[in-house]
Design a binder for this molecule. Sequence first.
Ligand SMILES: Cc1cc2nc3c(=O)[nH]c(=O)nc-3n(C[C@H](O)[C@H](O)[C@H](O)COP(=O)(O)OP(=O)(O)OC[C@H]3O[C@@H](n4cnc5c(N)ncnc54)[C@H](O)[C@@H]3O)c2cc1C
Length: 467
Amino acid sequence: MADRQETLGSFRGKLLEEAVVQEFAGNLRGELLRPEDDGYDTARAVFNGMIDRHPALIARCAGVADVIRGVDFARTHDLPLSVRGGGHSVAGNAVCDGGVMLDLSPMKGMRVDPVSQTAQAQAGLTLGEFDLETQQFGLATTLGVVSMTGIAGLTLGGGLGWLNGKYGLACDNLISADVVTADGRMLTASEEENEDLFWCIRGGSGNFGVVTSFEYRLHPVGPVLAGGLSYPLAEAHEVLRFYHAFASECPDELSTVASLGISPDGSPEVYVSVCYCGAIEEGERVLRPLRTFGSPMEDSIQPIAYRALQSAPDAEFPFGRQYYWKSGYLKYLSDEAIEVMVRFVREIPSPAARVSLQQMHGFASRVDPGATSFPHRDEHYDLVILSEWTDSTDTAKNIEWTRAFYDAMKPFSERGVYVNNLGEEGEDRVRAAYGRNYDRLAALKNKYDPTNLFRLNQNIKPIETSS
Ligand SMILES: Cc1cc2nc3c(=O)[nH]c(=O)nc-3n(C[C@H](O)[C@H](O)[C@H](O)COP(=O)(O)OP(=O)(O)OC[C@H]3O[C@@H](n4cnc5c(N)ncnc54)[C@H](O)[C@@H]3O)c2cc1C
């Protein structure tokens, strides 16, 4: 008993009675894991192997009641609270040191209504699991491009994927959500109910409560015309100049990603990936200028099942590897910006490292920047400098390369940044992520989470009031 109290007490400088923990465990439908329990290390592991944190308690939530009890327990005992959806964020805030980790990954219930073309989805689902259900009915909504990502963190921060040009971001397709707020209430957030909370959770990340389930609008999707074209890095200037002109004019049905890195055969390359989600014949016509430009070393563009596209890059991002990312937005691909990218890719520190430019355009860019809390509503590329390595002796050189690359790209980058790409980068970058919507978000943080219970995230602090 004494050891147990010390274990818990050491996290917050105070003791939690064993009986209190037992009562909490007894009130949960899911498991409550402590450091000595089987499954604890698996449950605390997140995508980024750089993150090695030890919660005092992990509540493997089986349903909404467990989430409410977890929120109430952390608030009552003044413990740090982290929330895990898919555990895929590079920042790793899904897991905390000490305190309570609410693990929603067991919550995978989902119902697709093919008639109304909507889906009700619990917050523990990954994109791959979600797509499996919707594609059964030939439907989909915008999610990200790697199937292991969680729908929760992705949607709450915005959600940029292959369908953004045609159907907007993931958050633009949200109809409603169930949210457990800091006071332990469960609120429905939609255009009709708690409209301000609904606004907050479409871009404001995990700051306003624990979302237990999402209701999405779906669209008929697939098969899609998708794949990639690869070129030697030496042709980067010509290729990216053409690519930028092509992407700037492309129809909403087409979304693209350009990346620079090392090909599977070990040579530096430029890779242009595409997805056309409209009629295949029309897609063939739209893509012809891109496919006939220059002499690509590979052209894998073909009609494929949407789910095959969504899981295509999975193997490039193994769970548990070490990751370090820096990110920003680019509006243009100037010759100078291309030159910097080529220079850094020539000095790449590990074969899996790369820089990627994910296009946001069409529907996603035309939404009013104040209509949801996701503020970055213009045509741009989400620039992500991704380093990824296995041997921890390579950590310093990968981080150094990523930072130097990011600094060199600053003159060409916008001030904003996508909140879901941020690591621990300080207050200024957090403000840049929420942009023009920061002040309204901070005011609503006072309403929904005045004590900042939900602070292990890209945090919006409540506004201090003098009273
Ligand atoms: C390989 C890779 C590819 C990616 N590709 C894309 C992409 O194509 N498009 C894109 O938009 N993003 C992409 N991302 C970024 C991704 O959107 C974020 O990492 C997102 O946070 C992942 O969500 P998660 O639920 O898996 O993460 P988690 O690590 O579980 O959660 C991240 C944060 O979200 C909050 N959160 C999670 N669940 C909840 C909940 N139920 N209620 C309240 N708050 C919650 C918490 O603050 C938590 O710290 C990618 C990331 C990776 C690693």
